[in-house]
Design a protein around this ligand. Structure first.
Ligand SMILES: Nc1ncnc2c1ncn2[C@@H]1O[C@H](COP(=O)(O)OP(=O)(O)OP(=O)(O)O)[C@@H](O)[C@H]1O
Ligand SMILES: [Mg+2]
Length: 281
């Protein structure tokens, strides 16, 4: 079967810095593919290339969605979201804090709603087609709010939610756009161990119920090792390892990247615990 996303020889340079360096990997339909690596390894830059925020100087990113292959590097970001159906969440939460939880999810669906209105005021004011589209958008919003455990908070102000709930709302918002590929940039950042265990369950449920591909940047090894089907490890923009979690966590190059250069073959126990997803997760 063809991969959902194929990244081939991708390079992204900022002046003298090669943030992503000749990167090749693929992400499968129905899989959680984790992208890990030390700070500054190029993970967010990779997401910014996939979602069209940056245009890489070299390389090809092919998304094999329902409509056939799409070359992402050729599309502006709004078309990547709407046509290629790639959705993302951000390392720093970007919700509309003064809007309600439900409104945040309705705004995410503005495009199908505007299409149903034929982009006209008359359409907005009365057409049955618009009302049907609005009802469908509301249904979808409620469905994902329920899945992320926020249905009873639909009318709360998004900015007033606890941090962990805002993270889940961002995921629900991305899912309301019906993506085939969902890119999550450190969804477990700032979560306590219980919330991060809940996040694991949520991401597995999304994978299993939708069959879409998830691309996950994460530092929390209890999440990465617990739920990933495959792990890609970056260091200084290059891929240094790739494979199932069990394979990657024992890879000497991965351990070295997390430790820094060292002569000592015996790793400190806290590094081993971290890579094995141990600790309190
Ligand atoms: N817009 C930019 N202009 C210049 N340099 C950038 C830009 N964006 C990222 N970089 C640099 O590219 C490198 C990779 O950054 P990136 O944010 O992709 O790392 P990361 O793996 O996401 O790190 P972290 O785990 O800390 O989030 C870093 O050295 C960063 O300073
Ligand atoms: Mg980052």
């Amino acid at each position: 079967m063809t991969a959902l996303l194929e990244v081939e020889h991708l390079s992204m340079r900022f002046g003298g810095l090669l943030a992503v360096n000749d990167l090749c990997f693929s992400a499968e339909h129905g899989h959680i593919t984790a992208v890990i690596g030390p700070n500054g390894a190029g993970k967010t830059t990779l997401f910014n290339c996939i979602t069209g925020f940056y245009k890489p100087q070299i390389g090809r990113m092919t998304l094999h969605g329902a409509a056939g292959p799409i070359l992402l590097e050729r599309l502006p970001d709004h078309r990547i979201a709407a046509e290629a159906r790639v959705a993302r969440t951000f390392q720093n939460i970007r919700l509309f804090p003064r809007m309600s939880v439900l409104e945040n999810l309705m705004v995410a669906q503005h495009l199908p709603l505007m299409r149903a209105s034929a982009f006209s005021l008359a359409g907005l004011l009365g057409l049955a087609r618009f009302r049907r589209a609005e009802a469908a958008a509301l249904d979808k919003a409620r469905h994902w709010l329920d899945k992320v455990g926020l249905l009873s908070h639909a009318d709360d102000e998004a900015g007033a939610l606890p941090y962990g709930s805002q993270r889940r709302l961002e995921i629900a918002r991305a899912l309301c756009t019906d993506p085939v590929l969902l890119c999550l940039d450190e969804p477990a950042a700032g979560l306590n161990p219980r919330e991060s265990a809940d996040l694991n369950r949520l991401l597995l449920a999304i994978r299993d119920e939708t069959g879409i591909g998830l691309l996950l940047i994460e530092h929390d090894m209890s999440v990465v090792m617990g739920i990933s089907d495959r792990v890609v490890v970056l260091d200084y923009g290059r891929k240094i390892a790739e494979g199932p979690p069990d394979h990657v966590r024992h890879d000497p190059a991965v351990i070295r990247a997390y430790l820094g250069e060292t002569e000592d073959e015996d790793l400190p126990s806290e590094v081993q615990a971290d890579l094995s997803g141990g600790g309190d997760g």
